[in-house]
Ligand binder design. Structure first.
Ligand code: AGP
Length: 621
């Protein structure tokens, strides 16, 4: 949530900051701002709304300086307006701060500062920081060497902070220096030619930095035009070798598509092709052996769309590999973890690898498990992510990289497919361990064969379904509510279809297990509430059709997702998918769900890639 960037070196800061912010806009986009230092003065510009408005303001009123910080915001404290936009300044307009995260004890600090006579200009939690830094600068000036002054002032300020945050700080008094610190919110240093950077995420560093350093929790960095100095949490100088940053893969490009989301939906055939080559035909992934060798129970931790992928995975693990599996909302798990059980494999599923709730849940589990290592229980933890170099990657040694490529649209699409496929890999592997050799179950064989066909089927489906969903979207333009039904392995797809529609079209939608309708939700059904029903051949095919009939009998307009056959003639509109094995079907039924949500939102003229109130990476609790 919120993107921060900073730069220092020989080039003008403002254009570099704007370029970085543009690539971080997916993290928040309700307001934005930058501040630079030059000639012992601070120059700050901030606006309500998207970056385009900040760009316009900078065109009218440019800022000079080769050192600066920038921010694109997702509001937590204080509504999204120019006053609450970052950077925040001290009373003398000399210290500027950008922050990503939450300062939890900001109310107490604000009261203390107000008692000292400080006047606040915003309602944000962040504004306490520049005031605290300014106060510390006043105390330290003349007491410590100039090279240590800003860093020690920031140290003194953060000693008083509670919460999870990443900060970048500049001071007019030392216009050729910037200090950054990470405390449980991501922050990376980028090293370019004569120019140094700091950012919340790698896309902001692409093309400007050749190597990166990821700060650890509690680490601070002092950046000057001469280079970067790292300090550990106790304030001692420390060193690490920077890692190369491969630029191209971090640059977002819409290609010929109108929106990133549409492009990313269409990239799913490539995600599947790469997965089939890697996981069905590639060499075995030995590095996962220690965690996957003796599994009695699986628990999956995730949020949002990632949790829906986890639900598909749970179905596979139970039905294909016979392993009891539970899926937890990470935000619930962190405050009510279930009792520990032996041989439990814990899997965190997160596209970004930065979701605060998922990381917190995993950290709790890691600590609980470590305390049992002495009893001879191995640490069975695994992360599934699209960002292996994220905070998740540093928390868990065993990672499955879904390798879906940069996902820019806030609504997750190709990463959902990648996450499901990663869970198919795990389920297939655990199932083969159980049904080895000649006894390989029929389901397992059918599943493997089905997966081999997936890239071709996806590619054909994406071609035909796009236009069909675009046509159908017109019907939804004025709709207020939609019900999505699915059963078994397609129940999570009904949830995902409803979530996608809500997120980007702002139409109320609910996903239900189809058999549950008659226990209450059917009261909502009438001619104004369309019902989207996933009806794919398998164990519950007839049951799903009966549930759909029940809705039709109450005048609902029925949209079916399933193969073309006599049974699916009950639907008013059928979005056809190939007749595949039941266990493979979610990988295809999700396509019409995504395309329908996309076209409805695009038809309503909404900002598909940056829907209101959302952000790609939810790094606050
Ligand atoms: C997906 O469309 C959503 N934007 C959201 O639910 C997302 O899946 C959730 O915030 C979890 O994110 P993560 O996968 O990065 O952990």
């Amino acid at each position: 949530m919120c993107g921060i960037v900073a730069t220092i070196g020989s080039r003008q800061a403002a254009p570099l900051l704007m370029q970085g912010l543009q690539r971080l806009e997916y993290r928040g986009y309700d307001s934005a701002g930058i501040a630079t230092t030059s000639n012992n003065q601070l120059h700050c510009r901030k606006v309500e709304g998207k970056l385009i408005r900040l760009r316009e303001q900078l065109d009218r009123s440019p800022v000079a300086g080769t050192c600066g910080i920038g921010h694109t915001r997702w509001a937590t404290h204080g509504k999204p307006d120019a006053l609450n936009a970052h950077p925040h300044l001290d009373s003398a307009d000399e210290v500027a701060v950008v922050q990503n995260g939450i300062i939890e004890n900001h109310r107490l600090l604000r009261q203390q500062l107000q008692q000292e006579g400080v006047c606040f200009r915003s309602q944000t939690d962040t504004e306490v920081v520049p005031h605290l830094v300014a106060r510390a600068l006043g105390q330290l000036q003349g007491e410590v060497a100039e090279a240590d002054l800003l860093r020690l002032a920031v140290t003194r300020a953060i000693d008083q902070l509670e919460g999870a945050y990443a900060l970048a700080v500049i001071w007019a008094g030392l216009p050729q220096e910037l200090v950054v610190v990470r405390h449980q919110a991501p922050l990376l240093i980028g090293l370019g030619e004569g120019q140094f950077f700091c950012a919340s995420d790698t896309p902001a560093l692409a093309e400007v930095a050749s190597t990166i350093l990821s700060l650890d929790n509690g680490e601070m960095a002092r950046l000057t035009p001469l280079g970067v100095e790292l300090f550990d949490p106790s304030g001692q100088r420390t060193q690490r070798t920077p890692q190369p940053l491969c630029g191209a893969e971090h640059v977002a490009d819409k290609r010929q598509f109108r929106h990133f989301m549409l492009k990313e939906i269409h990239e799913q055939a490539d995600v599947a092709t790469a997965w089939v080559e890697r996981c069905l035909y590639g060499p075995p992934t030995d590095h996962l052996s220690p965690v996957l060798d003796d599994v009695g129970h699986v628990q999956l931790l995730a949020c949002g769309t990632s949790r829906h992928a986890a639900l598909v995975g749970a179905h596979l693990l139970e039905q294909l590999a016979d392993i009891p599996t539970t899926v937890h909302y990470a935000s619930e798990f962190r405050y009510a973890p279930p009792p520990l059980a032996a041989k439990t494999l814990t899997i965190a599923v997160t596209q970004s690898g930065e979701t605060a709730d998922t990381l917190a849940a995993l950290t709790i589990e890691l600590e609980r498990r470590r305390s049992r290592e002495g009893l001879g229980e191995p640490l069975q933890l695994l992360g599934i992510t699209n960002r292996p170099h994220s905070s998740l990657g540093r928390l868990v040694p065993q990672i499955i990289d879904i390798a879906a490529g940069l996902e820019t649209g806030v609504a997750a699409t190709k990463s959902f497919l990648g996450q499901m496929l990663a869970l198919y890999s795990i389920a297939l592997r655990l199932a083969s361990q159980r049904h080895s050799g000649v006894s390989a179950s029929e389901q397992l064989i059918a599943c493997r064969e089905g997966l081999e066909q997936l890239p071709e089927q996806l590619s054909a489906l994406l071609q035909t379904m796009d236009q069909q969903c675009a046509t159908l979207a017109h019907e939804f333009a004025e709709t207020q509510d939609v019900i999505y039904l699915g059963r078994g392995i397609n129940y999570p797809i009904a949830l995902e279809g409803a979530l996608k529609l809500k997120e980007i079209s702002y139409i109320h939608a609910e996903g239900y297990p189809a058999g549950e309708m008659k226990h209450g939700p059917i009261a909502l059904v009438d001619q104004y509430v369309p019902v989207v029903s996933i009806a794919t051949p398998g164990r519950v095919f007839e049951k799903v059709l009966s549930n759909a009939q029940e809705a039709k009998a109450r005048d609902a307009r029925l949209i079916g997702i399933g193969p073309e056959c006599a049974d699916t003639e009950i639907f008013d509109v059928l979005l056809p998918i190939p007749p595949v094995h039941e266990l493979i079907s979610p990988l295809l039924t999700v396509i019409p769900m995504q395309l329908l949500a996309y076209h409805v939102a695009a038809h309503r003229g909404l900002d598909v890639d940056q829907p209101r109130n959302l952000a790609k990476s939810v790094t606050v609790e």
